[in-house]
Design a protein around this ligand. Structure first.
Ligand code: KG4
Ligand code: ZN
Length: 357
């Protein structure tokens, strides 16, 4: 490879964001994300509509990323693409596009695991804000991955070695935010709405019982049911209950989720003795979670790593970063790479790969 700069194109299409990014030696030159408004009216992602929107967006998004990075497609060294986990149709759009591009440009194709990419976003050059300064975690570190589909505590021993220490036994944290938001009459996706409205609410106004799940596993479905029952009972007494208490309900519900997340992280730190703790996934954009984690870390002398909001929610820069790490090791995917709706983070490659070392 010599000293020639390495340009990686990253592509992400696992859910409802179409994203393309260009990375040069680990630095982000462009990270374009096209969201999909079409799902709002349905209160959740409609997979078929998402696939169609990805098809419409993918070429313009890639063009925009290349233009912003000020390179041509012929300068690319590899194409990295999310191949799972996620929605099958949407994943297929990205994987098919990436295969076609890698074939036509005669450059390597690199399949990337979506949640590994969220975690590896911490290695993007300007990714982390740690009490005002920039830095990256050292291996091994713990990562709390919290997204719309996942809630896990992962021990990350290398860019290729992920071990799940605990995970949700029912809903993911992002799902809990989204379902809670729906009950409060907030639009989809609910997480950012709960975050926003909670800023003017009292987190102590309502009490939600803490889920009692052993070890490092999580459960959020009971919390969701508690909110449902509270609303149902109070609305019987006062039809305006939600309208009058929306901010307090949101803040209290949010606090209950965050309390569990931090308590389990604390248990994981105690169990492993690892005091470097990172956050990853869409819910890591939550302002209260970020604040509480920094406060907790200060008190307990942990080193915390929190990605910038742009790298917290779905983006292709993280995919390009994970791809760059594979590129440096010569770990490439073959044309048999296929979209995998379910793909455990700790599973060894399920797609045939070729290594050219
Ligand atoms: O990682 P992500 O963008 O997509 C998935 O891989 O699922 O995560 C999306 C999830 C959604 O549930 C969304 O409501 C939640 O992250 N989310 C938030 C915030 N921003 C996004 N949840 C709480 N507060 C936020 N600010
Ligand atoms: Zn994600």
């Amino acid at each position: 490879m010599g000293n020639k700069p390495v340009y990686i194109l990253g592509i992400e299409s696992s859910c409802d964001d179409t994203s393309a990014a260009v990375l040069c030696n680990g630095k982000v030159l462009a990270n374009i994300v096209a969201g999909q408004e079409v799902h709002r009216q349905y209160g959740g992602v409609v997979p078929e509509l998402a696939s169609r929107a990805h098809q419409a967006h993918i070429i313009p998004v890639v063009h925009e990323a290349l233009a912003l990075a000020n390179i041509t497609k012929n300068q690319l060294d590899a194409v990295a693409v999310t191949y799972g986990p996620g929605l099958s149709g949407p994943l297929l759009v990205g994987v098919s596009f990436a295969k076609g591009l890698s074939q036509s440009l005669q450059i390597p194709l690199i399949g990337v695991h979506h949640m590994q990419a969220h975690i590896l976003s911490h290695f993007i050059d300007d990714a982390n804000i740690v009490e005002g300064s920039l830095s990256h975690p050292q291996f091994p570190f713990l990562c709390l991955t919290v997204s719309g589909g996942h809630t896990q505590i992962v021990r990350v021993s290398s860019p290729f070695d992920f071990e799940i220490l605990g995970e949700t036994i029912d809903d993911a944290a992002g799902e809990a935010f989204d379902k809670g938001a729906k009950m409060l009459g907030l639009p989809y996706p609910g997480g950012p709405e709960v975050d926003k409205i909670s800023q003017s609410g009292n987190p102590h106004a309502f009490h939600f019982p803490e889920p009692s799940v052993q070890g490092l596993d999580f459960s959020f479905s009971g919390l969701k049911t508690s909110l449902l029952y509270l609303i149902r009972d109070k609305v019987k007494e006062n039809a305006d209950f939600i309208d009058r208490n929306r901010a307090d309900l949101a803040a209290s519900f949010q606090k209950a989720i965050i309390t569990v997340l931090i308590r389990k992280l604390q248990a994981a730190v105690q169990r492993t003795g690892i005091q470097q703790v990172a956050l990853a996934g869409g819910v890591s954009a939550n302002s209260a979670l970020r604040y509480q984690l920094v406060m907790h870390a200060r008190e307990h002398h942990w080193q915390v790593f929190i990605p910038k909001p742009a790298y917290s929610t779905d983006n292709a820069a993280m995919v390009a970063m994970a791809g760059y790490m594979r590129y440096k090791k010569g770990i490439f995917s073959s044309l048999y790479l296929s979209a995998q709706a379910r793909l455990p983070i700790d599973e060894k490659e399920t797609n045939p790969t070729k290594t050219d070392t």
